[in-house]
Structures are given as C-alpha cells and as structure tokens.
Design a protein around this ligand. Structure first.
Ligand SMILES: *Cc1c(COP(=O)(O)O)cnc(C)c1O
Length: 343
C-alpha cells in the first residue's frame, strides 16, 4: 500500500479510512520488559503464526483524536483517560501495561511526527489515533503471550457518519454484546469480532447499527453499536445507562460532566428500560469516532420509537455537541486538565 501524501488529500471529503502515514510509534515487550520504543516508518508487523492474538484474541486498543485549533496548534482531548482505560484493558487480558505517562508521550510523538496530516481547523476533520497492543510469539496453548507489540498509528478522518449531525435509526439486537462479568468494560479485540454479525443484520434491515440490551434480562439499554447511549429526559436530565458490561466512554463521561456543569442539566447514570423511552425528548450515541450521533428512532419488537425527529438534531444534543467539540478544537474554555497541547 502506498504511503499517504498530505499534499494530495481533499480535507473536505475525508472519510473514516485507514491511511499509511509516514510515522507510527512501536515498542516491543520481550524477556519480561519493555524494550526502548520509538517512531518508525514501517507499517507492517511481522509476527509468529502461533501468536496468541491471532488465535485467542489477546489484544486491546484505544481510539483518540488530535485536533487542530484556529491558531494552528495541535491538541489532544483527555489522553490520560485513554491511557488509564488501556491499562485496565491490558490487565483484564493479562497483558503487560505500557506506563500511562509514556503512553501519552508516545501519542504526542505520533501526532507531532504526522503533523502534516492533522486536518486544518474548520471542517471538523481530525487526526484519528489508534494505540494497539497484541500478544505475539510462538505458543499454541491458551496462555498469555511471551512477547507483545505496542504500536500507535494514525490517520486523518472526517465525520464518522457522513451526514454529520443527522439523526440515524437503530434497532435492538437479539444478540448480547458482552456478559456482566465478561470483557464488556475492556476495549479488547474479541468484543468487536462478535459485533460484526449483529451489525450486519441491522444494516440488512435498513438501520445504521444495533442497540444492545443487557445480557441478563434483555430489557435495559447497553450500547449503540460501538458507542454509548444517552438520552435527555423531558424534564432536562442527561441520562446514560449504568451497567458492568458497557465500555466506559471518555466522551460519555465528558458529556455527563458538561451537561451538569455547563448546561445546567440534571445528570444521571442509571438503568434505562427499553420500554421506557417516552421519558426522553432527545437521544444520541457518543464516542470519539462519531462524537455525537443523534438517534432518530429506535426499533424494538417491530415498533419504531422516534425520539426528537428522524431528520433533525434536537437543541440539547446540538448544544452538547457544540460545547464538546468547541473544547476539543480549543474555541470553548476547557475544564482543568482536559486538553493537552502537542505543539
Ligand atoms: C470506544 C468505544 C466507545 C466510545 O468510547 P470513547 O472513549 O468515548 O471513544 C463506546 N462503546 C464501545 C463499545 C467502544 O468500543
């Protein structure tokens, strides 16, 4: 695959596609310790056919973005939160932890080295950054890997959902995403392989993706595809589901805080019954990749429940979006410690 060329990119029409950028950060774990890591131009991994990641899914990842500000700096949004979650994901799969401060430093190195690929301010484009750890080395039994590769690569992206803040419809899935005491809280590879079929079924029926319900009663909302759910109640409370099998979204916790402290809304993490959607005036899905995607309608048991509108974003969702993206791009004052400058 040819290396990407920043001078040939159409910044206004970026999708969400892999690009082979000039630099990535790579570090190897060997003989019980991390070897000195650094930037490399090699985008190909050469690993044993018996690597545990290939057979048993010993892998974890993160998703974050670098933002170009109007005064032409590059900044990260709460990278310490991704470092902390990455640590928890690694611990859950018995993988060595890459030190959190070094994780943030390596992310900055990647953003800086590929600065030409951080889209200009103004069109919503960002540099999507993907930290990844995989278990490698030759073991065929179900064991933790003897070696690991930690890598961080990046690519410029536009809006995840092409329509931007246009509502999309979802349907509930009969499949479970994760068990309460399983790996739902960890950003580990296997969770996403398991989501391909439910997502495909939703697409076939004309929906953007599926909403997962809790794995015990199939009654409470868990996630919207690979994003977290939130709803704005008719009496002004930002509500998001509480469950041990949800991936704790940095975006979601940021919105929860902003709803309360910047928009003056109530804010609550609690179980949300899929049969009690009438309480909401608006609803949306949130995550780093999609930022906020308004939920038009949710189909459950053959009935489509429309939240605010199938064609327009609601006013509170819009305000949350503007506040969050304003902070990320540096045009709205950030809460203490939320943004870190790269250059
Ligand atoms: C990554 C992810 C999210 C969003 O998390 P952010 O930290 O906001 O990017 C939500 N749900 C799932 C299943 C995810 O993998």
């Amino acid at each position: 695959m040819a290396k990407a060329d920043a001078s040939k990119l159409d910044w206004n029409n970026l999708g969400f596609e892999y690009m082979d950028l000039p630099y990535r950060y790579t570090a190897h774990w060997k003989d019980g310790e991390w070897q000195e890591g650094g930037l490399t131009e090699d985008s190909t991994l050469h690993i044993s056919e018996a690597s545990p990641v290939l057979h048993y899914g010993q892998s974890a990842f993160e998703g974050m973005k670098a933002y170009r500000t109007p005064d032409n700096h590059i900044q990260l949004f709460r990278p310490d939160q991704n470092a902390a979650r990455f640590k928890r994901s690694c611990e859950r799969l018995l993988m060595p932890v890459f030190p959190e401060d070094k994780f943030v430093d390596a992310v900055k190195q990647v953003a800086k080295a590929n600065a030409d690929f951080v889209p200009p301010y103004g069109n919503g484009g960002t540099l999507y950054i993907r930290p990844l750890i995989i278990g490698t080395g030759g073991v065929i039994g179900v064991h933790q890997a003897p070696e690991y590769i930690f890598t961080i690569f990046a690519m410029p992206v536009g809006n995840y959902f092409k329509g931007g803040l246009t509502p999309v419809n979802f349907t509930t899935s009969a499949y479970d995403r994760a068990a309460h005491k399983g790996t739902g809280q960890a950003k580990v590879g296997g969770n996403y392989a398991a989501s391909l079929l439910p997502a495909e079924n939703a697409h076939e029926n004309g929906f953007a993706d599926c909403v997962y319900l809790d794995p015990v009663e199939h009654k409470y909302i868990e996630e919207v595809g690979s994003a977290n759910f939130f709803g704005i109640t008719k009496d002004g409370v930002f509500k998001t589901p509480k469950s041990p099998s949800i991936l704790p979204s940095v975006t979601k916790y940021s919105l929860l805080w902003l709803a309360k402290n910047r928009l003056g809304l109530g804010a609550s993490e609690e179980r949300i019954d899929v049969n009690d959607l009438d309480q909401f005036a608006e609803a949306g899905a949130c995550g780093t990749a999609a930022v906020i995607s308004p939920l038009g309608g949710l189909e459950h048991n053959g009935k489509l429940h429309v939240f605010y509108s199938e064609t327009e974003v609601g006013p509170v969702t819009k305000k949350l979006y503007d506040t969050l993206t304003g902070i990320q791009f540096g045009t709205v004052e950030a809460p203490e410690g939320w943004v870190q400058r790269v250059e």
